[in-house]
Design a protein around this ligand. Structure first.
Ligand code: AMP
Ligand code: GLY
Length: 438
């Protein structure tokens, strides 16, 4: 099988790496890729957001499957065009990708399908925004209703800051979704779907803020680990039953079946599991950690999802090891990342036991050396016997890498390794009963 992977980031490098490990995959191509991807497969410098350009490349290469990584090509209709040309594609249609592209649409689908999520209101004016903020109270959650690469959300106890974010979105011609605050740890669960059947991967946790202790602004994601030892054993089954399957069924009922990966961003709150958001693609950097553990051949799995055959795939196999991914970002990320700096020590990092390096924003400089080319530059991924070992290995690998101004979090998976991640105790009557019994 020949596969074309669309996208430039660390997630795509992880997908390419896993595809290369699938004996059924004879050839992998990527567009546009990055310097790390270009070291392992042929890359093609096309506009990956252009449905025509991607379809033409897929036809020229004669691929059997196209895998679309990021949200932008999905929202631009790349999957629709490739599917129309008769080539299997892993990635939802533009209509189905609305689950990510519009938060208001996602809320409608969840309401229709009975999926538990935060209470929310759409606001289009400063007055409506103020009303909604006061209705829910602090902490305030204000979301830009559009694609913002995970950066359009402000969570704050400062009412003026919440209003200012809403105003900025209105000024840009948009609307906002204002929500109740969800307490409790976050989980990313990726669920593959062929439009009808669903297959969940292993849950992961992502670290969205730029600084240690979850401080500073939101980013695309600064690190991840999997599996989650602290999560209830029933979590995956519960999310499939109450979230993923009802959503997939609802999308099919609407005549816009969802084919690809439904990324369920969840909060495990005192009132139960709630959806924070859906994405229509794999998460980055969670994918770097999740795929490091997957032993089922990826190409055959994604082809089955793309061709309506997920009910026939074997039970997924995983290494029992734990995976930790730590992201190295450029100076001044997430605002105005500095680029063009030489990256050193890549080979030394990859030589650490259990470690591999996945590139994100990298390219080859004029002298053929790898330089930074984006906000998130790369991820050091480590497998280990447990979280402690995987963390040690990932940070040892990171210690070998040099990038002027580079920044990374020191506390990826640290709380979980200490056993300090907890789902809040149930609130309300049940909690009162438990308290009364003590
Ligand atoms: P989103 O783009 O919807 O994933 O939001 C980005 C991040 O903002 C999430 O990963 C959460 O950390 C935070 N967030 C979003 N919605 C809520 C909410 N209702 N309550 C608490 N935190 C939230
Ligand atoms: N890691 C968060 C995301 O991919 O949106």
């Amino acid at each position: 099988m020949k596969v074309l992977v669309i996208g430039p980031g660390g997630r795509e490098h992880a997908i390419v790496r896993s595809l290369l490990a699938d004996p059924a995959v004879s050839e992998v191509h990527a567009a546009p890729g990055n310097a790390g991807i270009a070291q392992v497969v042929p890359t093609h410098a096309i506009d990956a957001n252009s449905p025509e350009a991607v379809t033409a490349l897929a036809q020229k290469l004669g691929v059997d499957l196209v895998v679309v990584g990021p949200e932008a090509p999905l929202a631009a209709g790349v999957s629709d065009a490739v599917r129309e040309a008769g080539i299997p594609v892993f990635g939802p249609s533009r209509a189905a990708a609305q689950l990510e592209a519009s938060k208001a649409f996602a809320k409608q689908v969840m309401a229709e399908a009975g999926v538990p999520t935060a209470m929310a209101r759409v606001a289009g004016t400063a007055e409506e925004a103020a009303d909604a903020l006061d209705a829910f109270g602090a902490p305030y959650v204000v979301k830009d209703d559009g694609l913002a690469a995970g950066k359009g959300v402000v969570v704050t106890s400062d009412r003026d800051a919440a209003l200012a974010h809403a105003q900025a979105c209105f000024d840009a011609g948009g609307t906002v979704v204002i929500e109740e605050f969800l307490d409790g740890p976050e989980v990313s669960l990726f669920v593959l779907s062929d439009g009808r059947n669903v297959v969940p991967l292993a849950p992961a946790q992502d670290f969205k803020r730029i600084f240690d202790n979850d401080e500073g602004p939101n980013t695309g994601g600064m690190g991840a680990y999997t599996p989650l030892e602290w999560a209830p054993e029933t979590l995956v089954a519960e999310v499939v039953e109450r979230v993923a399957q009802p959503t997939i069924d609802e999308m099919a009922k609407r005549g816009t079946p969802f084919v690809g990966v439904l990324y369920c961003g969840l909060a495990l709150t005192s009132r139960g599991t709630r959806v924070i958001e859906f994405n229509a693609r794999f998460g980055d950097p969670e994918t770097q950690a999740v795929l490091a553990r997957l032993r089922t051949p990826l190409g055959s799995l994604l082809l089955a999802a793309s061709t309506g055959g997920l009910d026939r795939v074997e039970k997924l196999r995983w290494t029992p090891e734990t995976a930790v991914a730590v992201v190295l970002a450029s100076e001044h990320y997430p605002d105005t990342p500095r680029t063009g700096d030489r990256i050193r020590g890549l080979k030394k990092a990859a030589a650490v036991e259990g470690v591999h390096v996945l590139h994100a924003g990298t390219k080859l400089g004029e002298d053929g050396k790898v330089v930074s080319a984006g906000g998130r530059v790369l991820a050091v991924v480590a497998l280990g016997e447990d979280l402690t070992q995987a963390r040690e290995r990932a940070y040892e690998g990171m210690g070998e890498i040099g990038l002027d101004g580079g920044q990374y979090r020191r506390d990826i998976a640290a709380k979980a390794a200490r056993g300090d991640v907890r789902v809040p105790a149930p609130s309300g009557r049940r909690a009162a009963r438990v308290a009364g019994a003590e």
